[in-house]
Structure formats: structure tokens, C-alpha cells
Design a protein around this ligand. Structure first.
Ligand code: URA
Ligand code: SF4
Length: 188
């Protein structure tokens, strides 16, 4: 196989029709941040603003995510942010299994390009897809899992924090744990 590159990935995503979600998309949303980051955040799928702008987490949930990152002194220079599916599910419904299945190869490809050390699943959909289909976000968020040389952790999706203030505190604890682990890995 030819060497992996961002150009190849972007070309393949932009012309992709592997699941029904291509039909309503304005833009494919691939990711943003540092393409060589140690920390990869994975959300669910683009919402309306993301579909319009072609970038992940630029709407209300994205603004909260920015604040949470800033609260532990992380920025887009330190992290990369992507989603499970790269086209917007209509009305922001959860992506279906066949859509996730169709799109996951792109995320796997991205993972090989980025080679992060820490992978953060934002919310239930990402955690169930990436860590364990039976994942219970309320009970298992904040726990570390180690698979194939990557360290995984899940926290609440920022949209969940917008709906329920009580989740903000535990989500902040998770952010601090992520920051601490990153410092440890860097040997600070
Ligand atoms: N929610 C997500 O899961 N991803 C985005 O990119 C925006 C909102
Ligand atoms: Fe292709 Fe993924 Fe978009 Fe489906 S969601 S059309 S698999 S890029």
C-alpha cells in the first residue's frame, strides 16, 4: 500500500459515499488541531455548524470544549479533534452501526497518521464504539484503559454538559486527569 498521507485521507473522505450520510452533507468534517498531537479527542459526528464550516466542534458544544481544554491549559496546538462519523447525521441523531462501521477506517487511518499517546472518547457513542460496546459512561468515565499501546479514557460529551450542569465537575476532573497523564508521559 502507498505511504499514508493527509492528502490521501482528505481526498478519500471528500469523495466518500460509503454510507447514506454523504447525501445531505455540506462538508465532510475530518478534524482539527495538531496532526502530530499526543492527545486525540473523538466526538460523535458533525452537527449543523460543523457541517456548514467543515470543522469539528465549532458550535455550542465546541465552545464549551475549548473552555474545558483551556481550563487545563491545553489548546489546539496540543490536541487533535475528530469524530466517529465524518458527515452529519440528519437532525443530529446518533450514527447507525452501519454508518460507524463504514466510516471507522478513516479514523483508523487518522490514528496512524497522528500516532497519539492518549485517546479521549467524548461521550457514550464514541466510548461504545472505541472502547467497549457495553461502556457505561456514567460509571466508567475517568477510568484509564490500555489497548495496543494507546491509553484510552472517556468523559462526558460537551453537549451533555450543556444539558446537565452537574456533569461539569466530573468532566473537569477527567480533563485534569488527562492533563496529568500527558505531563507524566512527557516526563514533566
Ligand atoms: N458534536 C460532536 O460529537 N462532534 C462535533 O464535531 C460537534 C458536536
Ligand atoms: Fe463516508 Fe463517513 Fe461520510 Fe459515511 S460518514 S459518507 S463513511 S465519510
Amino acid at each position: 500500500m502507498a505511504e499514508k498521507s493527509w492528502e490521501t485521507l482528505e481526498g478519500a473522505c471528500r469523495s466518500c459515499k460509503k454510507c447514506r450520510l454523504w447525501e445531505l452533507r455540506t462538508n465532510v468534517v475530518i478534524g482539527k488541531g495538531n496532526p502530530k498531537a499526543d492527545i486525540l479527542f473523538i466526538g460523535e459526528g458533525p452537527g449543523q455548524q460543523e457541517d456548514l464550516q467543515g470543522k469539528p466542534f465549532v458550535g455550542a458544544a465546541g465552545q464549551l470544549l475549548d473552555k474545558m481544554l483551556a481550563s487545563v491549559e491545553l489548546s489546539l496546538d496540543d490536541v487533535y479533534i475528530a469524530n466517529i462519523v465524518k458527515c452529519r447525521p440528519p437532525g443530529n441523531r446518533d450514527p447507525y452501526d452501519d454508518e460507524k462501521e463504514a466510516c471507522l477506517n478513516f479514523l483508523r487511518y487518522q490514528l496512524k497518521l497522528i500516532e497519539p499517546k492518549i485517546i479521549v472518547c467524548l461521550g457514550r457513542v464514541a466510548a461504545c464504539t472505541i472502547i467497549d460496546p457495553e461502556f457505561r459512561i456514567t460509571r466508567q468515565r475517568g477510568q484509564w484503559f490500555s489497548v495496543k499501546g494507546y491509553e484510552f479514557i472517556a468523559t462526558y460529551h460537551p453537549s451533555a454538559l450543556l444539558r446537565d450542569e452537574e456533569k461539569k465537575r466530573p468532566a473537569w476532573e477527567d480533563m485534569k486527569a488527562i492533563r496529568k497523564r500527558w505531563d507524566e508521559l512527557k516526563g514533566i
